[in-house]
Each structure stands twice: as C-alpha cells, then as structure tokens.
Design a protein around this ligand. Sequence first.
Ligand code: SAM
Length: 298
Amino acid sequence: MPADNPDATPASPRGLAALLGPAEVRALAEEFGVRPTKQLGQNFVHDANTVRRIVSVAGVDRGDVVLEVGPGLGSLTLALLDVVDRVVAVEIDPKLAARLPETVAQRAPELAARLDVVPMDAMRVRPDDLPAAPTALVANLPYNVAVPVLLHLFSELPSLRTALVMVQAEVADRLAAAPGSKVYGVPSVKARFFGDVRRAGAVGRAVFWPVPQVESGLVRVDRYVDPPWPTDAAHRVAVFRVVDAAFAQRRKTLRAALGSWAGSPAEAERRLVAAGIDPSMRGETLDAAAYVRLAAVE
Ligand code: SAM
C-alpha cells in the first residue's frame, strides 16, 4: 500500500529479481572478501521466503519510496525492488555499498535503475543526503543500533509514514510493549511518540549467515496520521528528556526519579500533579500521552 493508505492492497512481486539463497550469499561474501563483523551487526539473510514475507508484511506498494538501512549483500533489496519502484539503500560498509549495484545489475537487470545506494552511517542521515524522500523504512536492522537508528529516522525524515523492521526478538518485544509490562521501557515510549507500534511476526535463526545467537522479530511502526501532540524537534527533545529521567531509576517513584530533571523532588511532584499523574507511580506505568503532558507543564 502506499504507506499513507493502510487500506490499499500491497503490490505483488513482479518476479524479475533472482533472490539470494544460502549458496549465493556465501559466494557473494567470498567474491567480495566480506568477513561479517559483529560490530556492524552483519548477519545476512539467505532465505527467499523470509525476505518475501518481510516485503509483504511491510505492505509497500509501487508508489512507495523505500528506505532500506543496511542492505548488506542485497537479499532484502532484491525482494523490495521486485515490488516497489524506488529503493534508497543506506549502507555503512563501503565494500558492501560499492558492490550492491553490481549484484542488482546481475540478478535483476530490469530493476537496477530503481536503486540508489547511499554509502553512509544511517545514524547521520538527513533528508538532504537522500535522492528522494522515503515513505517507508523496510530493513533488517543492525541489531546493536536498531533502536537509535529507528528513532533517528522517524525524527529526521518527516516523509516516513511507516516502518517494518527486523530486530532482535527481545528488542521487538520492548518496542511493542504496553505500559505495565515488564519489558516496557524507553524504546516503547519513544517509538509511540511517533506512531502506533506492534509486533509483526517472528523470525528464527536459521535464515541468517552467520547464524546469530538470538531470535529475531518484526516490528511495525505506523506514524500517526493526525499526531495527538506536536512532534517538532524541540517538543520531542523535551519529551525524550523526561522519559530518559523516569526510566533511569526504574524502582523509584516518579517523584523521586524525576528530582534532578525537575530541580527537586518537590518540584517534580508539583509538575506530576499538574499533569494529572500520581507522583507515587513508577515510570513504567505511564503511557506516551502522560509523558507528553508532563513535559509540557510550565
Ligand atoms: N539487509 C541485509 C540482509 O538482510 O541480509 C543485511 C542485514 S545486516 C543484519 C545489517 C547491515 O547493516 C549490514 O550490511 C551492515 O554493514 C549494515 N550497517 C551496520 N551499521 C550500520 C549503520 N550505522 N548505518 C548503515 N548500515 C549499517
């Protein structure tokens, strides 16, 4: 679906891309002299069904401009190109970034013109770095920076309407957790500052090379069409500051945990009461709307 039209039917694959299987992934890595590093979270998918499923769950349509972070050897890139008309791939590893157009030209020659590769760190991406404004993020994110990358892109790219990302299963649970859940935390609140968040499936270890030590999960974020609060940078920074403070000391009441944020526990209490929040509650029980109210108290 074009990312802003959740009722549209996702486009079906054109069948023009030869997707990568285990033998192809190993052969490409060998040919490119790639030794996957943990530091860059390099676990490459070698299963065509998995990448097709990710593209299908993302629900992207021809008209979407898809941003892929970390295309690696191109497994997901090929499946995306088979469905959408434009893919912008941001890859930090210069060797992988340089070889991707070649892989696409060989395995999907009719689709090669639809791809732009931007060789840079996704954590530094600004709209001007990209050749087109992306409407959807679809990515198998590097696990060590998955949450900061996701939040950075929603902060910096207002054109981004939706995201379907594969992350470590535990991180997927944290992102999608509701208030009161054991795993509800900073990522859960911050992601909800931008939109609705939900788990969108599980992925086992066997589809990766090298095999990771953790299970993976899919998470979907749909940016609010009518945001319930202002989402400009100054407001976002103010809300994120109070969220960080509230979760820095999980076992404390909000009155105590927010003492240094407010200047004193008494001032924290005043602001909490003004925002309609019981000061004896803990940070993990508040939803994003409550944090937004708290940040707005004068
Ligand atoms: N998309 C490929 C796949 O599914 O097989 C590779 C996914 S692998 C988990 C993560 C990829 O992200 C690697 O290609 C890695 O080099 C790249 N990467 C790591 N950190 C990055 C960053 N900060 N910005 C952009 N790419 C990054």
